[in-house]
Design a protein around this ligand. Structure first.
Ligand code: SF4
Ligand code: SF4
Length: 629
């Protein structure tokens, strides 16, 4: 295989084994996308990794990580009304952040075209909920396509771009975790690179772009509805929807996306296969196509992950068109939950048509690993901070978590965080918890990337409305959880160096006077700072700072510098087990004979554990001076 960045921009066609996220990037290049924006979040980070793998001097895409999904959507929108095809991508709950902007897009003449890639997360593998973003497409009158394989991710991206340009409307490409990360041999077309066009085509006459007053808003809504109706009419004959005809007049299945692939596995050895209508266009529903499919079958089962989005529309359609086919939707709550793996689809079909299924259940995946709780990395500054903060808190105090690596503080043995909603909620929620509360202290946590993403409004509100709680900003100098992306506080972005916006200076600028800044490894100082802050009235901020050690160690390795020596347990160890039970660095392990060992291949030798041992039995050898540069 060619190098990733080279094949993505090669004018020649080729066949490569790639994941869905990578295949999409080739689709962007071939479609002539110019501007791509994002805020990092699983399951889509590999899209950014593929874009940044393209050599800078040959990359036709301008790419940025914006400060949040709303801003990313606005940058992509601005580029599009200026005439340049754009794409924005983010994770499922990112659409909630972008929603205020997103719901306007269907009303606008998006003259350059705009594709919104949504990484939905059935199974909530890396999200705080399992929301079904198909509802947003309906809410905002925006068409939505859904691929089921990496090949379809590539072809459907190109189709989405084409439709968006032709109709001057945004189009959503809904990916799900499985499709984003599945790998497959994808055959890519050749393409002709076009010279970069730097002209501005923004023209106010393409608007109106100011949706104010009923005189303007209602016509814009009418136009959005008309465009969507036209899209629906064309969807009836679109090749994006396919009927797999197994000559079965009794049973039919309507499905889409990843569940379609699972269904193929389940039915592979079935003697009598149902006919299948596979929808590539999820919204608007291709009504005539669906109606024809219903009329051709006695019973039709809807196999769709998450909510009953298609089911409700199909039932309404059958009612309106007087179709008597038995439509079988979700049978119980289990069908609303989790990814539709082959095993799950087998169980779902067994409830309604057991006689159609082969006796052989789909095989369970060969790779099976025991689930283990997520944990902070060895040497993580957050562990040190939580260990220190815990010493300062009363068990009755209330702690509010936020999103980031530091969310792991909610776990044993730290138990730091009893409430969690979404990115940046912690200051607002803590403010509410502190009202009509004169007995329990409230402590909120927030990460540095989230500070810039959605944390600031809650902080400003705390100042503006004189709230009474302590905010602990856990600053590790990166967006660690999603793969160490940059943020406005670090002085560089994906394109190179940029202005650094220090969090401290922002807080000073807001007028916060009660701020303490401490290295998260300085546990004694941090404990004392938290104790002091808790005795003070009003809004207090403590910045507990330490670089993400996973990133720091990787950079050290990449620079060819040896890792510091691991710590050692001396004979002073009296087996009180503070290191395993309270500090809980995963490097420490208790042997069957009760002794403690340090896993040398895990330990990064930072020594933050040393201060936690009551008998001083952890020996930390400082690295030689020349290695510590
Ligand atoms: S990635 Fe960095 S911040 Fe996240 S747990 Fe690991 S060391 Fe800590
Ligand atoms: S020095 Fe080793 S054992 Fe101690 S905290 Fe760091 S990684 Fe864990």
């Amino acid at each position: 295989m060619k190098k990733l960045g080279d094949f993505l921009i090669s004018p020649d066609g080729s066949t490569e084994i790639v994941m869905g996220n990578t295949a999409i990037v080739r689709g962007m290049i071939e479609s002539g996308v110019r501007v791509v924006t994002s805020y990092p979040g699983s399951p889509t980070p590999e899209i950014a990794a593929a874009i940044t793998a393209i050599p800078k001097d040959k990359n036709p895409l301008y790419f940025e990580f914006s400060t949040n999904e709303k801003v990313a959507t606005e940058v992509a929108f601005g580029a599009s009304i200026n005439g340049h095809l754009s794409t924005v991508f983010f994770k499922s709950v990112g659409l909630n952040v972008a929603a205020d902007t997103f719901v306007q897009l269907g009303h606008m003449e998006i003259i350059g075209g705009m594709v919104i890639i949504l990484g939905d997360d059935p199974g909530a593998n890396s999200s705080q909920n399992e929301q079904d973003n198909r509802h947003y497409a309906r809410l905002a009158y925006v068409p939505m396509l859904e691929p089921s394989t990496p090949t379809e991710s590539y072809t459907m991206f190109k189709k989405a771009a084409q439709l968006s340009i032709e109709r001057c409307m945004p189009v959503i490409l809904r990916m799900t975790t499985h499709v984003c990360h599945a790998k497959e041999k994808v055959t890519f077309s050749s393409w002709t690179p076009l010279p970069l066009d730097h002209s501005s085509r923004f023209n106010v006459d393409n608007g109106p772009y100011i949706p104010l007053t009923t005189k303007l808003v209602l016509p814009l809504k009418r136009r959005a509805l008309e465009k969507l109706a036209q899209f629906a009419a064309d969807a009836d004959t679109s090749s994006l929807n396919t009927v797999i005809n197994n000559n079965n007049p009794l049973y039919g299945i309507i499905t889409m996306g990843a569940p379609f692939q699972s269904l193929q596995d389940v039915l592979e050895e079935a003697a009598l296969k149902p006919d299948i209508l596979k929808l590539g266009i999820i919204h608007p529903l291709p009504k005539q196509l669906v109606a024809d499919f219903l009329r051709q079958h006695k019973e039709v089962k809807i196999v769709e992950e998450l909510d009953d989005f298609i089911e409700q529309q199909v039932k309404a359609l059958a009612y309106d068109m007087d179709i008597s086919t038995k439509i079988i939707g979700k049978q119980d709550y289990e069908e609303w939950l989790n990814e539709y793996t082959p095993e799950k689809v087998y169980t779902i079909l067994q409830k309604v048509w057991p006689h159609l299924l082969p006796n052989k259940k789909p095989p369970t995946p060969l790779l099976h690993w025991s689930p283990r709780p997520a944990q902070l990395c060895p040497g993580c500054g957050h562990r040190s901070a939580f260990h220190a903060i815990k010493q300062a808190l009363d068990p009755n105090d209330i702690t509010v978590a936020d999103i980031g690596c530091h969310t792991l503080g909610i776990m044993e043995p730290y138990n730091m965080g009893q409430v969690l909603l979404c990115m940046g909620h912690s200051s607002g929620t803590a403010a509410g918890l502190s009202l009509f509360n004169n007995s329990r202290k409230v402590v909120a946590f927030l990460g540095d990337s989230t500070f810039f993403h959605a944390g600031l409004p809650g902080i400003i509100n705390a100042v503006f409305n004189h709230h009474n709680f302590t905010l602990i900003l856990l600053d590790n100098g990166t967006t660690a959880m999603t793969g160490h992306q940059s943020h406005p506080g670090v002085g560089y972005n994906v394109n190179g160096s940029t202005e650094k916006i220090p969090i401290r200076r922002v807080l000073d600028g807001i007028g916060i006077t009660n701020i303490r800044e401490i290295d998260a490894y300085a546990q004694g100082q941090l404990t004392e700072a938290v104790k002091a802050a808790l005795t003070e009235k009003g809004f207090k901020v403590i910045i507990a700072k330490h670089p993400c050690m996973l990133k720091a160690m990787r950079e050290r390795s990449a620079a060819g510098k040896p890792l510091p020596p691991s710590v050692e347990i001396t004979t002073d160890c009296n087996q009180n087990y503070t290191c395993v039970s309270t500090f809980a660095c995963p490097t420490f392990q208790r042997n069957e004979d009760g002794s403690i060992i340090v896993h040398k291949d895990l330990c990064i030798g930072d020594g933050s554990c040393k201060q936690t041992c009551p008998t001083k039995a952890i020996l930390h050898k400082r690295p030689k001076k020349e290695d510590n540069s």
